[in-house]
Structures are given as C-alpha cells and as structure tokens.
Ligand binder design. Structure first.
Ligand code: IPE
Ligand code: IPE
Ligand code: MG
Length: 252
C-alpha cells in the first residue's frame, strides 16, 4: 500500500491556504456532539442526526488522513450515554453495526485503520465481533489511525488502570517505581500519543468525561457548529487556530 506521508503532491491537493502543513498536530480528538439538535432543527428524529453524524465522521477522518495527521480520536458513545431512552441507544448501536460493516468493505480502498477505545463488554456480540474484525484487518495496515471511543469514560478508564496497577502491585510491583509513563501504559490509549488538539462542536464548553488523563496539555477548540454540519472548512479553521497557539507545557 502507499504510505500516507505529509504530502503536498497534486493527488490529494485541496489544502487551505492558511494552513502550515509542517506544523500540523499529530493527534486530533473530537467530541462529536450536536446530532440530536441538528435533527430537531430539521423536524427529524434524533436518529437521523446520528446517521448524518456518522457521515461527517467519514468525511473528517478522510480529511485528517489526507492532511497527513497520525491519529484522529472521536467520542462516539460515552459511559453516561446509556442513560438515554433505550430506543435511542439501540438506534445508535444499529447505526454503528451498519457503519462498521461498510467500513470493513471500504478499508482496502480507504486505508483508514480503526481502533476502539472503551469497555466493549456490554455491547452486543455482533457489534463486538465487528469491532474485533475491524481491528484485526486494521493491524494489517500502517499509517493514519482513527480511534473510536465506544462506551468510553475518562474516569472509568483511569479507575480500570488503577485497578490493574493495584493487581500488579499485589503481585510484587513497587508502587514507588510507577512513573506517569508507566501508569499511562494501563490506559486504553497505551500506544497512542496524547491529543494535541481537542475539538468540541455544538456550543457546549465542557469535557464530558473525555480523555481526562490524556488532555492534560491539549489545546481546545470550541465551535457552535453542530457535528453533522462540521465540514472540512471547520476542521481547517480549528487547525489554523491551533497553529497560532504557543504551547509551553509549563515552561516559558
Ligand atoms: C452526540 O450527539 C452523539 C452522542 C452522544 C451519541 P447528541 O446526541 O448528544 O446530540 P445533542 O447534544 O443532543 O444535540
Ligand atoms: C458527549 O456528548 C459524548 C459524546 C459525544 C459521545 P454528550 O451529549 O453525551 O455530553 P453532555 O451530556 O452534553 O455533557
Ligand atoms: Mg450531546
């Protein structure tokens, strides 16, 4: 396969003038929010908003790949989203199934590796099987990776990590020997660098239990645009804003 480098060649040329392709973030994360309000505004059922949101994910993931980013992580279903009416939860799960079936078919062409972050155990057997199959195929490729957070909660992730570490300590690991980087190995994101930029559309200005550990030094970008309306142009805007920031990580 063709490796996806930070290319400027004509094949995928569509980059905006204002972006410095040498200063792109490695890892962008997005809280895909606003599907329900998007549907309501159009007099449609909330499910229609989730379907439109899935299409937006495809567009934005492709755009991130083409720009040469290494990772895109999206929040698709939180540990708190089970509180929603059961019909909405099952509609989201059905949509995910359909989405993954399509993605498996398109993987060969799209070269977008998919991985799942979260506790998949409460999902249906069918969905778990699709996630496993998708990840297995993805392991055969290299390059851009999209991480889908499914039944993901930042607190849940940290608690699971703490439990796993406690088990290792009971088996002889000295807690004093555990550095931040060692603890991070227990998280779902163990092999993934922290997100450089976190985008939240839909006008909400909160983290909603997303990547709590990993976002310690992430840059944030908030917009009122609802996720199904989030376009490449919006992504470029967020990246331009990111490029104007001075990241100090506590230094000067
Ligand atoms: C995000 O959109 C999708 C999920 C949380 C599954 P919402 O469904 O939260 O949309 P709003 O926030 O109600 O508009
Ligand atoms: C965050 O959105 C979760 C996802 C996008 C999957 P929510 O709509 O669940 O967040 P709150 O309830 O507005 O904080
Ligand atoms: Mg919401």
């Amino acid at each position: 396969m063709i490796p996806f480098l930070r290319r400027k060649g004509p094949a995928r040329r569509e980059e905006p003038a204002g972006l410095d392709l040498e200063k792109l973030p490695r890892h962008v994360a997005i809280i895909m929010d606003g599907n329900g309000r998007w549907a309501k505004k159009r007099g449609l059922p909330r499910t229609a908003g989730h379907a439109a949101g899935a299409e937006t994910f495809r567009t934005i993931a492709t755009c991130c790949r083409d720009l040469g980013l290494d990772y895109l992580t999206v929040y698709a279903f939180s540990t708190e989203n089970w509180k929603r009416p059961p019909q909405e939860v099952s509609a989201i799960m059905d949509l995910l199934e359909r989405y993954l079936k399509e993605s498996i078919e398109k993987m060969e062409r799209d070269h977008i590796r998919l991985a799942f972050l979260g506790d998949l155990s409460p999902l249906s057997e069918k969905l778990r099987e699709l996630c496993a199959r998708t990840e297995k195929i993805s392991r055969g490729y290299s390059g851009f990776q999209a991480n889908i957070c499914l039944n993901y909660g930042g607190r849940d992730e940290i608690l699971r990590a703490a439990r796993a570490m406690a088990r290792d300590c009971a088996a002889g690991l000295d807690p004093e020997d555990v550095a931040e980087a060692d603890f991070a190995r227990y998280l779902y994101t163990r092999d993934i660098p922290d997100p450089d930029l976190i985008i939240r559309p839909s006008g909400e200005v909160r983290i909603s239990n997303f990547l709590l550990w990993q976002s310690a030094y992430s840059e944030f970008y908030f917009t009122h645009v609802l996720w199904p309306d989030f376009s490449k142009k919006e992504l470029y805007r967020a990246l331009e804003s990111y490029q104007k920031r001075s990241r100090r990580f506590g230094g000067i």
